[in-house]
Design a protein around this ligand. Structure first.
Ligand code: FES
Length: 74
């Protein structure tokens, strides 16, 4: 969850509640894929058919003051 403007979500996890793991940090392995539960994010965001938003925290940045993510179930 959360992050300061311009701060990589995966690297800024001190303030995050998500425990999303990450590996490549360049948006290719999808290890860090997380559900975007609240807030706006710039970067690798995908909206699934059911409206669920997924984000790759390693290459995405918070656009709103509060962002809530949780590790994707798969
Ligand atoms: S850590 Fe590989 S896509 Fe994010």
């Amino acid at each position: 969850m959360g992050g300061r403007d311009g701060e990589d979500l995966a690297r800024g996890r001190r303030g995050l509640r998500s425990r999303a793991p990450y590996d490549c940090r360049v948006g290719t392995c999808r290890t860090c894929e997380s559900r975007l539960l609240f807030g706006e994010v710039d970067g690798a965001v995908t909206t699934l058919a059911d409206g669920e938003r997924r984000v790759l925290p390693c290459v995405s940045y918070p656009r709103s003051d509060l962002v809530v993510i949780e590790p994707s179930p798969g």
